[in-house]
Design a protein around this ligand. Structure first.
Ligand code: PEP
Length: 254
């Protein structure tokens, strides 16, 4: 059975002090069920506090960004080696805010994916369409193109280490999530693509996530779907109470 994944993307929120407070609250609320992999993608400046605050828990630490070089004259950038010091095991790649606001190209995303895999990090690769593309009925084709570009020339063994998150751009931070049915249809199509290109084992084993205005009130609807193995959550992950509720999504079904 595929592991469930509940991941928090804190974006540009939380100082070290706020991170410490979050972890204190979370530790009072949370025993992460064995079958759930939970991850917090924090800003760089909060990673030290997060490492300290999550010590002794089974919540993993993720970074929202990195530059795909070991070191060098890249002012303002952070390498994977630097992230290792903070216990980072996951990295987010291809988030629509990085693609849209910071102009990250498919080429850079591809390079980052390779670098993360070579460095032994677990990448969550985000893909997703804009509203105009969905309206034209081209959402799946668009997302598969993004996948194809990122996976191009990767071996099946490498693809096996990736988690894909489908995040429609119009649903991120908008309060307007996709319906569970639409998200399921997209992830089913993505699994089919994996099956056709990398084989049944990889297709059956890769956790596929949905992201876009997930919150405690709607998470169960998504998690009940056959092809949705988890969620990438922005706004609703910022409070320890709601993050811990979503990790225990099974209880939210009752
Ligand atoms: C995200 O940042 O990836 C995200 C899905 O944000 P939100 O949950 O706020 O829509």
């Amino acid at each position: 059975m595929r592991k469930k994944v509940i991941a928090a993307n804190w974006k540009m929120y939380k100082t070290s002090k706020e991170t410490k407070e979050f972890c204190q609250k979370l530790s009072q609320l949370l025993a992460v069920p064995e079958a759930v992999e939970s991850i917090i993608f924090a800003p760089f400046t909060a990673l030290a506090a997060l490492k300290e605050g999550l010590a002794g828990t089974n919540v993993a630490i993720g970074a929202q960004n990195f530059y795909p070089q070991d070191e060098g004259a890249y002012t303002g950038e952070i390498s994977l080696n630097m992230l290792k010091e903070f216990g980072v095991s996951y990295v987010l790649i291809g988030h629509s805010e990085r693609r849209g606001i910071f102009g990250e190209s498919d080429e850079l995303i591809k390079e980052k994916l390779r670098k993360a895999l070579a460095g032994g990090f677990k990448p969550i690769l985000c893909i997703g369409e804009a509203w105009e593309i969905r309206e034209k009925g081209e959402a799946l084709a668009y997302c598969l193109k993004q996948l194809e570009s990122a996976f191009n020339d990767l071996s099946a063994a490498e693809v096996q280490k990736v988690i894909v998150a489908y995040e429609p751009i119009w649903a991120i931070g908008s309060g307007k999530s996709a319906t569970a049915e639409d998200a399921e249809e997209m992830l089913k199509g993505i699994r089919q693509y994996l099956n056709n290109n990398f084989g049944a084992e990889i297709a059956n084993e890769m956790p596929l996530l949905y992201g876009g205005s997930v919150k405690p009130e709607n998470i169960a609807q998504f998690m009940q779907k056959e092809n949705i193995d988890g969620a990438l959550i922005g706004g609703a992950s910022l409070k320890a109470e709601s993050f811990s509720q979503m990790i225990r999504f099974r209880e939210m079904q009752k």
